[in-house]
Design a protein around this ligand. Structure first.
Ligand SMILES: C[S@@+](CC[C@H](N)C(=O)[O-])C[C@H]1O[C@@H](n2cnc3c(N)ncnc32)[C@H](O)[C@@H]1O
Length: 290
């Protein structure tokens, strides 16, 4: 029976499992059997790109080629979901500005540093939102503030570093932020230097333990709408590394559809007025954050 070119290029069950498992161990993204078509559609162009006759060869390339790390990094641009916008999840941001930040200001008054990590920051709207809120609050004048944004996709990291956004990024943004923190350019709206100076954007895989170890301790971690794409084992691994990265008493803010249920009991669930958030226990001597 003659096979068309397209049929030849379709992922077989076995190729799907091999490639799926390889991607999973690289970055925690898990494609279940219902996503075979999706993986096929997104990766088929890579065969032509590398001049490979089929998915079996592509698997060999991903596993053994000397450029395999680069290829794995490149396909993160087409396999990840990067939906985001400024001022996403307003209830949580209100808990952040009205309840968490005043507490941190009080507890950290002595060392006057604040370190916040936006893990899985996509094109940067989240870390820049955090920076704008901090600047507007003006609680931390004279403090050393660091907001670290990170993502596994090079494409979104580059976008975040450029800091220019189209209209849809502002669907939940009050006009006053646009006026104060952006300037209009040909391609959209550019984030101003005052905000940018508080934020560093990094290319980082949440499963790269060596890279994570270099981050240093954080007072607060935003990881919103990232672990929904992971299976339980990957969620546990990532949350454990957040726990290690947080200072005692530090906060973990997940997306509104995410929770630590069945993942860990290491964090306390705090019912704040505006939202529920997770917190790592403070030290046993009752002191504040360290
Ligand atoms: C849906 S976006 C969420 C953006 C933002 N946190 C928000 O809530 O608006 C999820 C981001 O997580 C990133 N991501 C997925 N797996 C990752 C991993 N293993 N390491 C780092 N980033 C990852 C994706 O590239 C994507 O940009």
């Amino acid at each position: 029976m003659l096979m068309t070119m397209e049929q030849e290029l379709q992922l077989t069950e076995e190729e799907f499992r091999l490639i799926r498992d390889l991607i999973y161990s690289h970055c925690g993204l898990f494609f279940d059997s219902d996503s075979k078509y999706l993986l096929d559609k997104r990766l088929v162009h890579r065969l032509a790109h590398h001049n490979l006759p089929g998915f079996r060869d592509y698997y060999q390339y991903l596993k053994y080629d000397r450029n395999k790390d680069q290829e794995l990094s490149d396909i993160m641009d087409i396999l990840t979901t990067n939906e985001t916008y400024f001022f996403r999840e307003s209830f949580q941001l209100k808990a952040f500005t009205d309840e968490i930040l005043p507490e941190l200001q009080f507890l950290k008054e002595r060392d006057r540093t604040l370190r916040i990590w936006s893990a899985g920051c996509s094109t940067g709207e989240e870390p820049y939102t955090i920076a704008m809120l901090l600047l507007e609050l003006d609680l931390f004048r004279g403090w050393r503030i660091e907001i670290v944004g990170s993502d596994i996709s090079q494409r979104v990291v580059q976008h975040a570093r450029k800091g220019v956004y189209g209209k849809s990024a502002f669907r939940c943004t009050d006009e006053r932020y646009l006026k104060r923190f952006f300037t209009e350019t040909d391609g959209g709206y550019r984030i101003c230097d005052e905000v940018r100076e508080l934020v560093s954007i990094n290319h980082m895989n949440l499963f790269d333990a060596n890279r994570l170890a270099l981050l240093g301790k954080m007072d607060l971690i935003f990881c919103r709408n990232v672990i929904i794409y992971f299976d339980l084992a990957s969620k546990k691994r990532v949350i454990e590394s957040f726990y290690q990265t947080l200072r005692p008493g530090g906060y973990l803010l997940l997306g509104h559809s995410e929770s630590l249920m069945n993942i860990t009991t290491a964090f306390a669930l705090r019912h704040l007025k505006n939202d529920m958030v997770y917190q790592k226990a403070a030290t046993s001597n009752g002191g504040g954050l360290q």
